[in-house]
Design a binder for this molecule. Structure first.
Ligand code: NAD
Length: 297
């Protein structure tokens, strides 16, 4: 298939490489020339603008930081909508708010194309390994069209419902993640302060009712899980600022639905405190530092 890919960052670059590996013909665009060069070296063609990229492809994929970037890339004077052919599908895999997705999908319809939301879970490791979960929002027909392509980058391709529901799933999942990480951090720091060995406590938790992904895969206490970011100085994981963005999306969406998010709002403030003191680039599990003696902001 002829595919255009925009946004070659921590997630987008390995996803695009997997499309090349699967034999797709790829055109790429990013503001970062080095990111483009990496993909060109691997066999992709660089495009001069989103408009040029969209002009002769069958599918466009965007993987950008936030809704403002997606808006610019789609609707700008050199944007995707200004160059795209009739009937082409756009897959936006960025994590953004459901209301923006619905607006972009309506604009896509005006330009005689189709936009589906397909945010992902699985992190940079999942992006490289091609094992991401895609949460797809759109019609049955659009889902059936994009599923084979998404399957070359992911293992679970789930149809969540109409446009925007992929983002709803993603936001709700990360709401739980942000809360459970803060909860595990609180308990691990307390156990440590009360004198139990962190590895023993982590082991008990992971075979007991306190178990979660935050405790058994990403435990925030250094040395409990060797492959977790906490065991390598909180580097190379899911940045605090990205978690903060996702909790912001959850609290904003909750406001529009007149729905309380007590725990999410508190967790948001914890990650905000981390970001404010300059730890926004650290993995979000570094939230445990807020609980450790002498580390309180
Ligand atoms: P990133 O910041 O590493 O990459 C974003 C890329 O977009 C960069 O290469 C940047 O140059 C490019 N870009 C920005 N504005 C652009 C524009 N106007 N035109 C062209 N390119 C532009 O971000 P990431 O970690 O790859 O995350 C991308 C999205 O995926 C975010 O919405 C994030 O929340 C989501 N996500 C990230 C992870 C993770 O673990 N990193 C996991 C799941 C979902």
């Amino acid at each position: 298939m002829k595919i255009g890919f925009i946004g070659l960052g921590n997630m987008g670059a390995p996803m695009a490489l997997n499309l090349l590996k699967a034999g797709h013909e790829l055109k790429v665009f990013d503001l970062n020339g080095r990111a483009v060069q990496l993909l060109v070296d691997a066999g992709a063609k660089g495009a001069a603008s989103p408009r040029a990229l969209a002009s002769d492809v069958e599918l466009v994929i965007t993987m950008l930081p936030a809704a403002a970037h997606v808006r610019g890339v789609l609707t700008g004077s050199e944007g995707v909508f200004s160059g795209i052919g009739d009937g082409v599908t756009i897959v936006d895999s960025s994590t953004i708010d459901p209301a923006s997705v619905r607006e972009f999908a309506a604009l896509a319809t005006e330009h005689k194309c189709v936009l589906v939301d397909a945010p992902v879970s699985g992190g940079t490791g999942g992006a490289s390994a091609g094992t991401l979960t895609f949460m797809v929002g759109g019609s049955e027909e659009a889902y059936a069209r994009v599923k084979p392509v998404l399957s070359t980058m992911g293992r679970n391709i789930v149809h969540c419902g109409d446009t925007g529901t992929g983002q709803v799933a993603k936001i709700c999942n990360n709401l739980v993640l942000g809360i459970t990480m803060a909860g595990v951090a609180e308990a691990m720091a307390l156990g440590d302060a009360l004198g139990i060995d962190a590895k023993v406590l982590g082991g008990i938790m992971n075979t007991s009712t306190g178990r979660s992904w935050s405790s058994d895969t990403y435990n925030p206490f250094p040395g409990v899980i060797d492959t977790a970011p906490s065991s390598r100085g909180y580097t190379g994981g899911f940045g605090t600022d990205l978690m903060l963005k996702d909790l912001g999306l959850a609290t904003e969406a909750a406001k529009s639905a007149k729905q309380p998010v007590f725990m999410g709002a508190l967790a948001q403030q914890l990650y905000q405190a981390m970001s404010s003191r300059g730890d926004g680039k650290l993995d979000f599990s570094a939230v445990i530092r807020l609980y450790q003696q002498g580390e309180i902001a």
